[in-house]
Design a protein. Sequence first.
Length: 133
Amino acid sequence: EDLADAEKSSGPAFFVGPQGKAVILGATVISVSTDNPRTMLVEVWKQRFTVNIADTKLIPENNSINNVVAGHVVSLRGEMNASTGVVKAHIVNDFQLREGAANNLRSMIRELIIRLRELQQRFGLPLTELPQN
């Protein structure tokens, strides 16, 4: 199941299963460290978790883990170390970055439709409706 879908259906949550498989949904980023290994501190249900984000896949793609900052809401999947309690994240889904990417796409689509309308008007064709914001 997609982390975004899981978060929508259950709200903020954390799960640790057999062999330390961990899923954290709807956590707030408290801080991000640039130390090696790179970590962030997240909080969900008043529980704080240190998350190792070195070599983590970030969603949305084409973003840098450097763009994840305190205050962002994230969901992640990884493995919890039984000795340290640190979660090694394999995937981090940053909802603020995802919304920003969606807004950029909407803006690009709107600009393309404006250009299309100019061509349609020039050739006397019916105009395509502009999307509502």
